[in-house]
Design a protein around this ligand. Structure first.
Ligand code: 5AD
Ligand code: SF4
Length: 469
């Protein structure tokens, strides 16, 4: 079995003397950043706690993508301030840190509005957390929302002094950050900055470190991950396809995934990699956002509905069992009923296994927020429900189609019931079987015998060689 001990110590590590509580909002990139913040804080003697009232340090890892994001953060901070005062009355200090995209966007304004905050740190400065925290505590708050990002990339790759925690069998790895696409509704290009790719050697170092702690599946992360163009060890620029090919050569890596992609960056070599690399999973998160060409143009997506459909045809030709997921925005300014119906039409044509749905919300500073014809919330709610219902039907049909089929499952953990183990299909569906815990960490063939609303149930068909021997 490949699952290793909970921790592997690279060098001596201080015994935890303090506790940190991290609350992370939003995207996978934030979730990944949160784990790296706890890694660097472990080096400073902080153990993670799930109980905020026990925390010597509270980190809010914020997301700026939705409406009222900043207001929600301030209301959360108000509650944490009360906690800080209560702890102080009991003789205990609490430091409050605001991280993530709201920190980046609001900067020093957060300190002005909420005096209880000790530190405001942007997503590109997490490697400086120990040094920044050391500067807090003298009454004045500290702010670091500096770019550039290269230092952070370096830090992500360097595990040396930290206690490395295994987080199970699947892990995220940031390969690219930032976005140059400037979709008119989106704050990401402003909060995360320009697109930048990590050098290949750094990424490989991080993946090797993860495999050493038992990881068998990596999801390569980036705001525009398929636009990856990092410097390779040969001095040339490597594409995501080439990076995936190199990672696939690592014997411990059973599965590779990536998200989030942009239709404009879906290059031929990446499509070919889906045909040629068995480790590259047949699941593609490729947001289309809307189905009307006028709305797509207003969004500055730089592709039409027909471009997207043609692209999917090409992808499915290379990998016929490819499952798709998307992000959709309903009620973009000026979206008419007829234009919304074009989104439904596109969904009917493409068919999705899964999707995320958003009501358009005006983000201050973005071009779409200036558009006059905002759609009423009532209409947005109604459109959201119709779209969701359609994709739900497609999702159920997609799951139902696996009944009786034999699928590879990477087993990740014990199942809900004794004697059960659970894992994921190549298409990210949870699968449960009766089977030995020794299979956790392995890929095995499973015949699907029952389809639930959210997960599949199956019977083991074989025991992999390395487990049986
Ligand atoms: N309103 C609604 N949804 C948005 N998204 C990004 N910005 C907005 C906004 N202003 C959605 C997009 C994107 C996903 C991460 O969040 O669908 O793909
Ligand atoms: Fe935002 Fe568009 Fe960039 Fe995605 S591609 S992060 S939606 S600007």
């Amino acid at each position: 079995m490949l699952v290793k001990d909970d921790t592997i110590s690279a060098t001596a590590q201080p015994e935890p003397t303090k506790k940190v509580f991290v609350k992370s909002y939003g995207c996978q990139m934030n979730a990944y950043d949160a784990t790296r913040m706890t890694d660097v804080l472990a080096k400073e003697g902080y153990a993670e706690t799930q109980a905020i009232e026990d925390a010597d340090l509270v980190v809010l890892n914020t997301c700026h993508i939705r409406e009222h994001a900043s207001e929600k953060v301030f209301s959360e901070l108000g509650k944490i301030r009360v906690l800080k005062q209560e702890r102080l009355a009991a003789g205990k200090q609490t430091k409050i840190t605001v991280a993530g995209c709201v920190a980046q966007a609001e900067g020093a304004e957060i300190l002005r509005r909420e005096k209880a905050v000790d530190l405001v740190v942007g997503p590109q400065s997490y490697h400086r957390l120990p040094e920044l925290l050391a500067r807090t505590g003298n009454g004045a708050g500290v702010v670091d929302t500096d770019f550039p990002i290269e230092d952070k990339f370096e830090f992500l790759a360097d595990p040396a002094p930290e206690r490395i925690r295994s987080r199970g069998l699947t892990a995220f790895v940031t390969v690219q950050e930032g976005c140059d696409k400037f979709c008119t509704f989106c704050v990401v290009p402003y909060t995360r900055g320009a697109e930048l790719s990590r050098p290949v050697t750094q990424i490989l170092k991080e993946v090797e470190r993860l495999t050493a702690s038992g990881v068998r599946e990596v999801t390569l992360l980036g705001q525009n991950v398929n636009g990856y163009h990092g410097e390779g060890p040969d001095g040339r620029i490597w594409s995501l396809a080439k990076l995936a090919e190199r990672i696939a050569q690592m014997p411990s890596i059973a599965r590779i995934r990536y998200m989030t992609s942009h239709p404009r960056d879906m290059s031929d070599d990446l499509i070919a990699a889906h045909r040629d690399l068995p480790q590259l999973m047949p699941f593609l998160h490729l947001p289309v956002q809307a189905g009307s060409d006028r709305i797509l143009a207003e969004m500055n997506r730089k592709h039409t509905a027909a471009d997207y459909i043609r692209l999917i045809e090409k992808v499915r030709k290379a990998r016929p069992d490819m499952a798709l997921s998307s992000d959709f925005i309903v009620g973009f300014p000026g979206e008419t009923e007829a234009e919304f119906k074009e989104t439904l039409k596109l969904v009917e044509e493409v068919t999705f296994a899964f999707s995320y749905f958003f009501k358009y919300s005006a983000r201050p500073g973005t071009p779409a927020a200036q558009l006059a014809e905002q759609v009423s919330d009532e209409v947005k709610v109604e459109r959201l429900a119709r779209l969701q219902q359609l994709v739900d039907t497609q999702r159920h049909a997609f799951n139902a189609a696996t009944l009786g089929r034999d699928v590879d499952v990477l087993f990740e953990k014990p199942g809900r019931h004794p004697g059960q183990i659970g894992g994921k299909s190549p298409w990210l569906q949870p699968v449960h079987v009766d089977g030995p815990a020794s299979l956790i960490g392995e890929v095995a063939k499973v015949r699907i015998i029952e389809v639930g609303s959210n997960s599949l149930y199956g019977r083991l068909l074989e025991t992999p060689q390395e487990v049986a021997s």
